[in-house]
Design a protein around this ligand. Structure first.
Ligand code: ZN
Length: 406
């Protein structure tokens, strides 16, 4: 999240995109509540404004008014990064958690993701798990035993999905959360998947997710690490020990779902938090897998490669793009994107990963590049050693690389 304190504009100018006068008023109130929440001098006041903003967001998402959310977020962005971050984190909260009533009992629900960072020379599996329900059931048994609180009810979407296959909008994600948690409350283990699923981008390293809906009686813990140990010491199970057990116990199960892949299961968590953790975990593997692909295919040593590191943003830093060329040519043969989580994130970690992979010839451009993509295929463009944004062109037969080149 950007944390810089840019000067705040008094009135957002992009409210005109909202569909109706009523929506314009709702968005203006929402922005006002979020701004007041940021300005509040006390936790008590801040919570007051947050509750109002939360209620408006629930209404907008229930009405499936995604354009209003987009408008509010861009208007908030025009005002200050703080306001935009606060609104964004409220949107995430409303999309991934809800309350439901069943038989007079109030339940809190959460969309929980089981993320796995995966890397492979071959296509990384992504899709329904209809034929592997036993493996999925065993994973859920470990989830109940080591990650979720003991009173948690759970239902699962039977798919090992890529981010492309997960509903892309706040409103659609909230619908999925609702469907999963209703199933959990009705003691149904699975939900039905949509007939048509998006295809996944073919990357050397990419996260995969299993999504579950979790419901707990209101006020009760969601996760094992929120529960007191039974020994009356007043201590809690640590998040780390839950993670170690989860990772160990599920390793052979995820191995069945991910043949010919290397992977690292991460700690299950609320959807957005888990998605960021997975994106972060994948970053170094994307570089290592890229270097391995190039050196194996082109019969080169890592020290015969040049890596080009370019900051990309508009105007705030969005990501780094790392491209690879050989020492004797400026042609970019492969590129990988390194997402950042704050606009201030620097590139030392990238350099460390490159050096660890044996690439010592590293060109860093000082300019910020625009986030350009290929108009034909959507592939991001990458900086060559001269600082021009170019399409990566794989020098061999495309069959020798799984990435898309033309
Ligand atoms: Zn292209």
């Amino acid at each position: 999240m950007p944390v810089s304190k840019a000067p705040r504009k008094k009135t957002p100018t992009s409210l005109g995109k909202a569909r109706t006068d009523r929506a314009v008023r709702e968005i203006a109130h929402l922005i006002n509540h979020v701004t007041s929440c940021v300005d509040a001098g006390s936790r008590a006041e801040s919570l007051y404004w947050e509750t109002l903003a939360h209620a408006t967001l629930v209404k907008l998402m229930t009405d499936l008014n995604e354009p209003a959310l987009d408008t509010a977020l861009s208007a908030a962005g025009e005002m200050s990064p703080d306001i935009q971050d606060t609104l964004l984190s409220l949107c995430e909260a409303v999309a991934e958690s809800q309350t439901h009533e069943l038989d007079g009992q109030l339940y809190e629900t959460m969309l929980v993701s089981l993320p796995v960072a995966v890397w492979s020379r071959y296509a990384i599996p992504a899709g329904p798990l209809d034929t592997q329900l036993d493996t999925l059931a065993a994973i859920i048994t470990h989830l109940r035993a080591h990650v979720l609180a003991k009173d948690a009810k759970v239902a699962v979407a039977p798919i090992l999905g890529s981010i492309d296959q997960i509903p892309p909008r706040f409103t659609t994600l909230r619908l999925l959360c609702s469907e999963l948690t209703r199933a959990a409350l009705n003691d149904e283990p699975y939900i039905k998947l949509p007939k048509k699923l998006e295809t996944s981008a073919e990357l050397l390293a990419d996260p995969r997710f299993i999504l579950v809906g979790v419901a707990v009686p209101a006020g009760k813990p969601f996760f094992r690490w929120q529960e007191l140990l039974p020994d009356k010491s007043g201590d809690y199970v640590s998040r780390e020990s839950c993670f170690v057990t989860w990772r160990t116990q599920t390793r052979p199960l995820f191995a069945k779902l991910l043949p010919a892949c290397e992977f690292e299961a991460l700690l299950p968590d609320a959807f957005f938090s888990a998605a960021r953790a997975a994106d972060r975990a994948v970053r170094p593997h994307a570089i290592q897998a890229g270097v391995a692909l190039i050196t194996d295919s082109l019969k080169l040593q890592p020290n015969q490669l040049r890596a080009v590191v370019a900051a990309v943003g508009d105007p705030h830093l969005l990501e780094y793009r790392i491209s690879f060329a050989t020492n004797d040519s400026d042609d970019v043969v492969h590129g990988t994107v390194w997402p950042v989580f704050t606009a201030e994130e620097e590139d030392q970690e990238i350099e460390r990963v490159l050096r660890a992979a044996g690439v010592t010839n590293i060109v860093k451009h000082n300019d910020m590049f625009e986030p350009e993509e290929c108009e034909d295929c959507g592939t991001p463009l990458f900086a060559n050693p001269d600082g021009e944004m170019v399409h990566p062109e794989w020098p061999l037969d495309p069959a020798e690389s799984k990435a898309h080149y033309h």
